[in-house]
Design a protein around this ligand. Sequence first.
Ligand code: SAM
Ligand code: GLN
Length: 287
Amino acid sequence: MAGREHLAALGVPEPGASAEVLLRHALGWSRTDLYLHWHRPLDPAAWPRYEALLAERARGRPVAYIVGRREFWGLEFLVDERVLIPRPETELLVDVVLAALAGQAAPLVADIGTGSGAIAVSLAVARPDALVFATDISPGALEVARTNAARHGVGGRVRFLCGDLVEPLAASSVRLDALACNPPYVDPATAATLPVEIRNFEPREAVVAPEGVSVHRRLVAQSPRVLRPGGLLAMEVAAGQAAQVVELLERAARYVQIATHRDLAGWERVVSARLRAADDDRCAITS
Ligand code: SAM
Ligand code: GLN
């Protein structure tokens, strides 16, 4: 495929897969269409469209933004430049929360910094008895997330709230069974070394956080206001960041069962803990 060679020559990552997705987008074809019609002459009108898409990719724009969608947890999410493109490693965060909620009926869950809504919508789809609160500081992100919830038929069970971290929830008396967050976690000092796709196209407030762990630190401090005793706090971390976040949880002295979870690449990618219950306090004092 000429598109693949063109992208490869420019050093674009995954040139073959990208060229295929862009070609299908130019033709308006599904993956099945592409395999079924492989030998059929292509509509000549699609070529200039395809070339324009290749040019966009060549200047660094991620494929997901060009085609406006990305798959996460087996579901298709609409994405644009208002939201971070959901990453496969974040599926681990969904799995950790679902495992913790197994056996509990009608759980109350929050996804803080929901972006495209990937985590919130996946949780709501996986658990039809759950009520999910999805928050973000970005009104634009919440618009995208709301669209995705509606597309997957869970709009009635995902509540969207705009504001800083747990603030919009703390105003209510809700006590959550689980709080999931994939916060921005790239240290500003290293932000300049990020790939052009992230640096020039993804929202900075979705990616960069002072010291890398400043949002984790604030969440560790604030979550006891909205979690029930025994409730789960689960956060994604950057590769190599887990030990720092474990230490934040240990120092806060409000959490038990602090654990790390490895992604498919072997990185400790999710850190989880449960809010200490009153009984745990008594044990801690008498032991
Ligand atoms: N949850 C999505 C995912 O995993 O694909 C998006 C995660 S993205 C890394 C972080 C999100 O947190 C962005 O949508 C950003 O707007 C939001 N955010 C950043 N700072 C925030 C804050 N102080 N309060 C609430 N949301 C915040
Ligand atoms: N996953 C992004 C990266 O690859 C960062 C997303 C985040 O900060 N949570 O750097």
